[in-house]
Design a protein around this ligand. Structure first.
Ligand SMILES: Nc1ncnc2c1ncn2[C@@H]1O[C@H](COP(=O)(O)OP(=O)(O)OP(=O)(O)O)[C@@H](O)[C@H]1O
Ligand SMILES: [Mg+2]
Length: 139
């Protein structure tokens, strides 16, 4: 028996070994989703020839990504784990924007707007729009 599949139930095993390119795992809290996902990463690496840098493990929260990192370290080893693209969707998107942002005209050293910044930008846009409208009315 493949050690990656040890301790998985039949449904988890099916999700881990599936060769379908797109897979959705729906299960209640605490039922073994993270266990399944981490095992699938290990399985893709060892059975499907994926390179760690070609696997993206994207989570919503920092807590979840820390947990994935810890559990994957135990499963595939620290060295392989450190080469996976693993993090929150915010951090992964930022990473790609830093690397490839120039392709869409993004300056090096671009900033990321937080909620306050966004509100500030919208206020400036509002003022500019009102000024444009006023200028047009005077024509
Ligand atoms: N098939 C299984 N047999 C025995 N224990 C399991 C099995 N699957 C998961 N577990 C254990 O159940 C616990 C919860 O698993 P896991 O964290 O993967 O669940 P989860 O669905 O991701 O939880 P959460 O909803 O909190 O994110 C862990 O201790 C895990 O080792
Ligand atoms: Mg989980």
């Amino acid at each position: 028996m493949d050690p990656i599949l040890d301790g998985l139930n039949p449904a988890q095993r099916q999700a881990v070994t599936s060769s379908d390119p797109i897979l959705q795992v729906l299960a209640p809290p605490g039922s073994g989703k993270t266990k399944t996902l981490t095992a699938r990463v290990a399985y893709l690496l060892s059975h499907h020839g994926y390179l760690p840098q070609d696997v993206i493990c994207c989570t919503f929260t920092i807590k979840a990504s820390r947990e994935m990192r810890e559990r994957l370290s135990k499963l595939v080893g620290e060295r392989v784990q450190s080469r996976l693209i693993l993090g929150t969707f915010h951090s992964i998107c930022r990473r790609y924007l830093v690397k490839y942002g120039y392709l869409i005209g993004l300056r090096k050293g671009f900033g990321i707007a937080d909620s306050d910044d966004s509100r500030g930008i919208l206020r400036v846009c509002q003022v500019l729009l009102l000024q444009c409208a006023a200028a047009l009315l005077m024509l």
